[in-house]
Write a protein that binds this ligand. Sequence first.
Ligand code: FPP
Length: 239
Amino acid sequence: MAKEKKFPKHIAMIMDGNGRWATNRGKSRVFGHNAGMKAMKNIVKHCGDIGLEYLTVYAFSTENWKRSQEEVSGIFGLLIKYIDSELASLHKNNVRVNILGDFSIMEDAVKNRLEKTIELTKNNSGLIFNIALNYGSRAEILMAAKSLAFDYKNNLLKGDDINEEEFSKRLFTGILDIPDPDLVIRTSGEIRLSNFLMWQLAYSEMAFTDTLWPDFKPEELDEIIQDYMYRERRFGGRL
Ligand code: FPP
């Protein structure tokens, strides 16, 4: 019989299906991302209300640069719109915002807003909302490997000290002290991870729903959490 589990501490989400949602309505992909942004806003609010500690969303991957110029600049335009309209309320709701990924390469209009968001919310103690932007798990894993190699070469670390904990500390999540997700949710019916948190999701529960991201509602999230709480987690061992 399945044992009841605790409420998850950290949920990760792959917000997929904005493009299909828009195509189904004869609209542009950016129209779909705009609807996706609204869905994300509702989910963030809900996660704060239910007392979730960490929410991580995959907003833009290292591979997403391959999309058309129109779509890429549309997504970043929405990010600017999101920050300009939501930052005050995120801060008021005690949300701390982090970015996972290298955003130093982004244009000033984006970079400056992200820096301001991180700075303003850094002491907030409510929901920790991590936005993966220009994020790729393989690049992140390589970054950690290079950092270990550097420290080893410079005698800051002995071979025996290289372990999972040392490695984890050098990932974006480790640098920010974010625990591994308990649960990852992907919308839109695709069953894959797409280079998202591949180290951190090693033991996470996975939930896949056919709902396209713009249609994903807090009620469905609550159902997935309920389902998660009744699943067993063994971490490779036996119960
Ligand atoms: C995946 O759907 C979604 C993205 C690549 C972008 C995610 C963006 C948002 C949810 C809105 C904006 C949020 C911020 C932070 C600006 P897809 O385009 O791959 O959909 P498809 O598979 O149906 O084509």
